[in-house]
Structure formats: C-alpha cells, structure tokens
Design a protein around this ligand. Structure first.
Ligand SMILES: Cc1cc2nc3c(=O)[nH]c(=O)nc-3n(C[C@H](O)[C@H](O)[C@H](O)COP(=O)(O)O)c2cc1C
Length: 163
C-alpha cells in the first residue's frame, strides 16, 4: 500500500534542489512557472526531464508548443521564484524580468545560472503530474551562485574550498 500524501511531501521536502523557472511559448502567448522537479536524463542525446502538475497553465502551454525553456535561478532571484509560483502574479510574471527568446521560441530569463532551450521528445503520464523529456537544443551557463530549496525554504549554499 502506498504512503499518504502528507508523509510523501514530508519525505520529498528533505531532498535539496535547485529552483528553475520553466517557460514556454505558443504563438504569441508566453508563460512560465517555478519548478524544482528538474533533472538531467541522458547525456547522449542530451535530454532533461521536468515534472509538471496537471492543470497548470505552463503544463498546457508546453503540451501545445512541444518546447520549453529551463532557467536555473541564481541565489539573488528569490523574488522571481516567488512571482512565477504565485497565482496572484499569473498575468504579470514576465513584467519585471528581462528575457531573450530561444531557438524554440521559449523565453530565456536573464540573470539565471543556466538557460536551456528544449524540444519535447517524449511525454509520460505520472499521476497528478506529467513528465516532459526534452532534447536540449541550446544551453548557456553563467558564473553565478544557484538558488537552493530545502524543507520548504530558500537556502544558501556553503562553498567548501576544492582540495
Ligand atoms: C520552490 C517551488 C518549486 C515548485 N516546483 C514545481 C514543480 O516541480 N512542478 C510543478 O508543476 N509545480 C511546481 N511548483 C508550483 C508552481 O510553480 C505553481 O503551482 C504555479 O503557480 C503554476 O503556475 P501556472 O499554473 O501559471 O503555470 C513549485 C513551486 C515552488 C515555490
């Protein structure tokens, strides 16, 4: 028998993650949401996986466009993370955030640590989420500290000197 939702949430919260803003574009509509369920999936070909809740506007837009951008947020982008997670700011999410447009048309946020522009190659149903597997068409990495999320809060990374 499977464990309950609260117990599962509690278990997952103990897993530290980075924070991304997942974006997409279909026609002249752009949208995006905060996502921590992001992972590399294959090196060759270069694939990433993102888990998106059913019913989210971003999830629907990706289903429509078959493309997405992954923006790994920097430590100083907490406000952006909160904005892209909040329904209150649903219609103004991109207003204060400069972005460029990737090859797929997905918005790529400035100030992020990494920007990945991806084309959906597979979609998997996963309970109340859908998993999109995307092939990375282009990537940009910047020398910035990443934002970390753990046990329901944003954390600072402690950097140990390399031995
Ligand atoms: C730190 C953090 C991580 C999140 N991770 C995910 C995630 O991995 N997948 C997801 O579907 N929603 C995730 N969310 C929730 C969405 O960002 C939130 O429901 C958003 O309002 C959905 O926006 P939309 O319906 O406008 O697309 C996360 C929220 C926060 C604050």
């Amino acid at each position: 028998m499977a464990i309950g939702e609260d117990e599962f949430r509690h278990s997952l919260a103990a897993w530290p993650s980075g924070v991304t803003v997942l974006t997409s574009r279909s026609g002249d509509r752009i949208h995006g949401m905060t996502v921590s369920d992001f992972s590399g999936a294959s090196l060759s070909p270069p694939l990433v996986a993102v888990c998106c809740q059913l019913g989210s506007i971003t999830t629907d837009l990706i289903a429509e466009s078959d493309c997405f951008g992954v923006n790994v947020l920097a430590a100083d982008q907490v406000e952006i993370s909160n904005r892209f997670a909040s329904k209150k700011y649903e219609h103004v999410r991109f207003e204060t955030v400069p972005y460029t447009v990737g090859l797929t048309g997905s918005p790529l946020l400035e100030g992020a640590v990494v920007n990945l522009d991806c084309k959906v190659v597979s979609t998997y149903a996963a309970g109340d989420h859908v998993i999109y597997l995307g092939q990375v068409e282009s990537s940009e990495v910047h020398d910035r500290q990443p934002l970390v999320y753990w046990k329901g809060g944003y954390r600072e990374m402690r950097i140990e000197e390399d031995k």
